[in-house]
Design a protein around this ligand. Structure first.
Ligand code: ATP
Length: 340
């Protein structure tokens, strides 16, 4: 039953550039209407994977099927059904937005009588209507990025592949781009890459974390945080008075589930006299006991908050390539073996 619902199926995909492995082994299933985020640091293999999906690059081995169609056997069929925003969008700076979209629509096989309607709809969806008569070269980066998305969806593809659509945008444009990508879901099955979790976690139904060409974790944001974050990191501010932090530290350390207590220096930026700031790690959620311990101990509880960027930092740990470490180890082993 599951078999029939997956619309993108990647099995045992490998891509080598020369003898260098950029991707693989990589297997994944993406369901119809899903928005999936491919999250990884520079060089993790995101662009390579997306190019293979979009039939812009051949795999070395493995199978990739998009809507049941094999990207190696019938690339021209796949291309008709897929829209692709490459990491450097093909732009013709002297063409106007409208001219370019008409061109893209014709290129992708939109019937002559349909072109105008499709271009109008796409301009509206990507909110670049007001810029339609301007040359692309005169647009801001954010607007050019929208033109890139517009050309990817002008032929109403079932599949949309977007390579870092958010990179280089300002905070307002990031929010707008998120909404735009989000709005594609349902009608389209979308794969979008990023190297910053916070840029895509709200947009995507599921996230694949990719490192050294392999998926090292996948799931919804909630699943990822449950799986990857053992315990929680808490920021705690306690009014300790002139007596100093010793008693507070003792109370906090005594709470069940507390696995680490770190006291910020008294003269740290933002520090106040008589107030102790802690970073506390809990092996499990015992925040209420922590609060009670402080209050029952006669101290003032000023703040108790959960670290906001917890998942981001765990992602960074997870995504860090261990290639250099492996190479170092190999070198050490080789050196040891060479010794008489
Ligand atoms: P970025 O965020 O920097 O674009 P990425 O996750 O998209 O990174 P890829 O561009 O897929 O990563 O690159 C994966 C690996 O393959 C890297 O080590 C890169 O140097 C290598 N690579 C990519 N394209 C080529 C190419 N055309 N020839 C040789 N090596 C390549």
């Amino acid at each position: 039953e599951e078999q029939s619902t997956a619309v993108i199926e990647i099995s045992e995909l490998y891509k080598y550039y020369g003898d260098r492995r950029a991707v693989g082994p990589l297997s994944a299933r993406i369901e119809k209407g899903e928005i999936v985020g491919l999250l990884g640091l520079n060089g993790a293999g995101k662009t390579t994977t997306l190019r293979i999906l979009a039939c812009d690059l051949l795999p070395t081995s493995g199978a990739v099927r998009v809507g049941g169609l094999d990207v190696v056997d019938v690339p021209h069929e796949v291309r008709k059904r897929i829209g692709y925003l490459p990491d450097t969008p093909p732009v013709y700076p002297e063409m106007t937005v409208e001219e370019y979209l008409i061109f893209a629509a014709r290129l992708r096989g939109v019937a002559g009588g349909e072109v105008e309607k499709r271009v109008d709809e796409t301009l509206e969806l990507t909110e670049i209507g007001p810029e339609r008569d301007r040359p692309i070269g005169a647009l801001s980066h954010g607007y050019r990025q929208r033109v890139g998305i517009a050309q990817a969806i002008v032929h109403k593809p079932e599949f949309v592949v977007l390579d870092e659509p958010i990179s280089g945008l300002d905070p307002v444009q990031i929010v707008e781009m998120r909404d735009l990508v989000r709005s594609l879901g349902g009608d389209h099955t979308v794969v979008v890459s990023s190297h910053i979790l916070s840029e895509i976690h709200e947009t995507c139904d599921r996230i694949f974390v990719i490192r050294d060409g392999e998926i090292v974790a996948s799931g919804t944001e909630k699943e990822l945080s449950e799986r990857l974050l053992s315990g929680m990191r808490i920021t705690l501010s306690v009014r300790v008075g002139d007596g100093g932090a010793a008693r507070a530290t003792e109370l906090i350390s005594g709470v069940a589930g507390v696995s680490q207590v770190e006291l910020a220096a008294e003269n740290a930026p933002g520090g106040r006299r008589g107030v102790a700031n802690y970073r506390v790690e809990l092996a499990r959620d015992t925040r209420d006991e922590l609060a009670r311990a402080v209050v029952n101990g006669g101290l003032g509880l000023l703040e108790l908050t959960r670290g906001e960027r917890e998942l981001e930092s765990v992602f960074l740990e997870l995504a860090k390539s261990d290639e250099p470490a492996r190479r170092k180890k190999k070198r050490r082993q080789a050196a040891a073996a060479a010794e008489p």
